[in-house]
Design a protein around this ligand. Structure first.
Ligand SMILES: Cc1cc2nc3c(=O)[nH]c(=O)nc-3n(C[C@H](O)[C@H](O)[C@H](O)COP(=O)(O)OP(=O)(O)OC[C@H]3O[C@@H](n4cnc5c(N)ncnc54)[C@H](O)[C@@H]3O)c2cc1C
Length: 420
């Protein structure tokens, strides 16, 4: 916090490397540091200033999105970018330059970061913004926590008419149709996302649901004043037996989901929590994948490589590697300030792949080959397998980025992709 004495961060450096830890909501190993220390930011969670006239919030980096939303929405302001969980921190959101269902209209979280203070391992505290320490600012947005510890940040919030969302659901059966629906709604809908059954018998007969949404304009301001995020409704108390998860059970679930949620195109009103955070409604949802867990992978390819998406769907279907939640989203062209930011214009696919050991790793290798051929990229926040060669291809500005890494900072992800 400004004005407090220097933090003794450098004292740890002789005993091992350092890495900031937000709330561990990254799926892969970018938030892990097996060879050193994690700097847990859970206590660094205070609000510092909020200007209700301009919507500028200053808070410590460990402040979580759910707490910020419960504070700001009743005052008519919303976080500008909402990923699929509310349990992440501001520091984690900056370090992964997170995106949400509004990427096509607003870009990434980094586009709304006004400034932050970065603590380096030598004890120096640098204020970074588009005007001050600019290169460090750009390296830290999407910088995977490797440039130092963000202490606090100032973020521009967006005004909110209502927390309720008016949602229209449409079906699609090909990836081309999904692209058409995305393009048609890009200017009229702030949010859009699609779900699909990713074990189709035929990629030209998909079961896909396209959701487009806007904040309700009719709703009275009363719903803002009384806003609270809904608590989880369900808990998965134990790991499910892995034999329950196979091609047949997943297909059955996906069929049920498709028919339950498809509508005839009429509008529906959804609560904030239902629309933005369906998974947060189930505590320990990851236990559905059993003791061995799963790999999540999220990739993006330019639209000209639409065939790559289809090829990956064919591969998933052929291998029968079950995935409930396959999500498709079309990213827009708004550039992020981050040197290593993942989102870029194109078609984005996110998948869960059950952990079946070598079989799953082989599938991830095959997906990597396809993404490289398609000139796309994989999201580091949702990865624990990408090769050093793939990383260099996915992130062409990595050579500029490495100059800004704090020499005492390290992560398991970075050890792997930097080939050390
Ligand atoms: C259900 C679910 C849905 C998700 N949906 C999306 C989505 O739609 N879009 C999306 O982009 N992501 C999504 N994610 C991923 C998640 O939003 C990101 O991984 C996010 O960065 C996690 O934040 P965290 O605070 O838990 O940070 P962690 O996972 O703990 O850390 C993430 C990175 O941030 C760094 N870091 C954390 N705090 C600081 C700090 N104070 N200073 C410097 N570096 C720091 C860490 O070192 C690490 O590199 C989802 C995750 C889940 C579980």
């Amino acid at each position: 916090v400004p004005g407090t004495p220097e933090l003794p961060i450098a004292e740890y450096c002789n005993d091992g490397s350092l890495l900031a830890y937000g709330n561990g909501r990254s799926y892969g190993d970018s938030c892990l540091n097996s060879g050193g220390f994690l700097l847990d930011t859970a206590q660094l969670n205070h609000f510092m200033a909020f200007d209700e006239a301009t919507g500028v919030l200053r808070c410590e980096s460990g402040a979580r999105f759910n707490d910020i939303l419960n504070l700001c929405v009743p005052r008519g302001w919303c976080l500008p970018v909402l990923p699929g969980t509310q349990y992440l921190t501001v520091g984690g959101a900056i370090a992964n330059d997170v995106h949400g269902k509004n990427h096509h209209s607003d870009g990434t979280f980094g586009c709304f970061v006004i400034c932050f203070e970065l603590l380096r391992s030598d004890g120096s505290r640098l204020r970074c913004s588009a005007q001050q320490n600019t290169e460090l600012f750009e390296a830290s947005i999407g910088g995977l926590g490797l440039t130092g510890l963000i202490l606090w940040a100032e973020v521009q919030l967006i005004p909110l008419s209502s927390p309720k969302i008016t949602v229209t659901t449409k079906t699609f059966s090909t990836v081309e149709e999904f692209v058409q629906l995305s393009d048609a709604s890009a200017h009229s809908s702030r949010y859009s996302v699609a779900w699909l059954d990713c074990m189709p018998s035929n990629v030209d007969k998909l079961k896909g649901l396209f959701y487009e949404g806007n904040h309700d304009r009719q709703d009275a301001p009363a719903s803002l004043k009384t806003f609270r995020l809904q608590p989880p409704r369900l808990n998965i108390p134990v790991n499910m037996p892995s034999m329950m998860l196979n091609r047949h059970t997943v297909s059955l679930f996906n069929l049920y989901y498709f028919h339950r949620n498809k509508t005839n195109g009429s509008d529906q009103q959804q609560s904030f929590s239902t629309f933005f955070y369906p998974l947060d409604g189930i505590t320990n949802w990851n236990r559905i994948y059993g003791r061995r867990g799963f790999f999540q992978i999220q990739l993006v390819v330019p639209e000209k490589s639409i065939e790559t998406i289809k090829e990956i769907l064919r591969l998933l279907s052929k291998t029968g590697m079950a995935s409930f939640l396959a999500v498709l989203k079309k990213f827009g062209d708004k550039k992020s300030p981050g040197l290593l930011s993942f989102p870029r214009e194109g078609i984005c696919l996110a998948l869960d792949i059950t952990n079946r050991g070598d079989k799953s790793l082989r599938l991830l290798d095959q997906i990597e080959t396809l993404v490289l051929e398609g000139e796309g990229a994989v999201y580091p926040a949702k990865d624990r397998h990408m090769s050093a060669m793939a990383f260099r291809n996915y992130f062409p500005l990595h050579e500029r980025f490495v100059q800004y890494i704090d020499p005492a900072f390290e992560s398991d992800f970075w050890l792997r992709v930097s080939g050390r």
